[in-house]
Design a protein around this ligand. Structure first.
Ligand code: B12
Length: 249
């Protein structure tokens, strides 16, 4: 019978490993408070994040808090995941902290009483990665658009039906997986069949410009910050082809 002589490596405290890796997270800002915010996100500390976001919002613009603190922090989380350092539990904690932080920024931005026009937003069928969509929602709201938020994992027909009912100036889609982004051309084809030529801005880590511009109505959204500018263009009467020409290469 064989006996194992070295047992030290059999049981691994992943939480202890992660403590070390978190210390290796890169600094993302020279602003002490924004750095504290990014660190808090990397540690997935939902309890503390609210206090730090409130502190940051005292003297900073909510957009800066999102773009210079929360987003770079989440990029570090993505990097740790890509390097195999983080597992699902850590990423879930970080994304919950991110959502809590964005909600506070959104509340601070305030919402104009009169809405300019409707924009339908969704995350693709089968996909629960909704952080990009949450940011897009916050920015569109802040820019005065009425956001019809369908949430995540939305069936193709539900998206099409929402467009038929609400007649939005723009449709937004987010997909983080190669398996789910295939919903976008299906939605676009169904909209075309109904003669609903709504500019359909598709973003999310999985989608590329080449993919999105390969189907009619599709416009590639690289950064969430483009969403309100694109919606303004749609509101001013630019067609999906004109918006694509303006924003895509
Ligand atoms: C966070 C995360 C999760 C979280 C999601 C929490 C949430 N509420 O979103 C949790 C832990 C739940 C999760 C689960 C899973 N995940 Co995950 N996850 C990630 C991770 C680490 C970060 C993604 C993220 O949120 N990025 C930050 C956001 C802000 O980026 P974004 O959405 O792309 O948005 C930006 C732009 O694209 C743009 N944008 C987006 N939408 C729009 C719209 C408009 C209009 C505009 C203008 C712009 C725009 O603006 C934003 C920036 O400004 C990535 C790794 C990575 N490197 O990306 C993996 C990743 C996406 N996950 C992956 C996988 C496989 C999964 C799981 C299947 C794992 C599992 N085995 O269970 C499940 C998915 C279950 C499902 N059915 O969806 C894979 C996908 C692989 C692929 N290409 O198909 C990735 C790439 C990891 C990897 N390298 O393998 N995940």
């Amino acid at each position: 019978m064989k006996y194992i002589s070295e047992t030290a490596t059999i049981f691994t405290r992943y939480d202890k490993n992660i403590e070390g890796l978190q210390k290796k997270a890169r600094n993302v800002s020279e602003d002490v408070v924004l750095q504290k915010l990014a660190d808090c996100l990397v540690h997935g500390n939902e309890d503390e994040i609210e206090e730090i976001v409130r502190e940051a919002l005292v003297t900073r613009d909510p957009m800066d808090v999102i773009n210079k603190g929360l987003l770079p922090g989440m990029k570090e989380v993505s990097r740790l995941w890509d390097e195999g350092a983080y597992f699902l539990p850590q990423v879930i904690l970080s994304s919950d902290a991110m959502i809590a932080g964005i909600a506070l920024c959104e509340a601070k931005m305030g919402r104009p009483v009169e809405k300019k026009a409707k924009v339908v937003t969704h995350t693709a069928e089968g996909d629960i990665h909704d952080l990009g969509q949450v940011i897009v929602n916050a920015l569109l709201n802040a820019a005065g658009f009425e956001v019809i938020n369908l949430g995540a994992d939305v069936p193709v027909d539900e998206v099409v039906e929402a467009c038929r009912i609400h007649k939005p100036v723009m449709l937004s889609g987010t997909a983080l997986m190669t398996t789910t982004m295939t919903a976008f051309p299906k939605i676009a084809a169904k909209l075309k069949q109904l003669n609903l030529t709504i500019p359909f801005v598709c973003g999310g880590g999985a989608v590329s410009e080449g993919f999105v511009t390969s189907f009619e109505l599709g416009i590639w959204g690289k950064e969430a910050s483009q969403a309100s500018g694109m919606a303004e263009d749609a509101l001013s009467g630019l067609s999906w082809t004109e918006i694509r020409t303006k924003w895509n290469g």
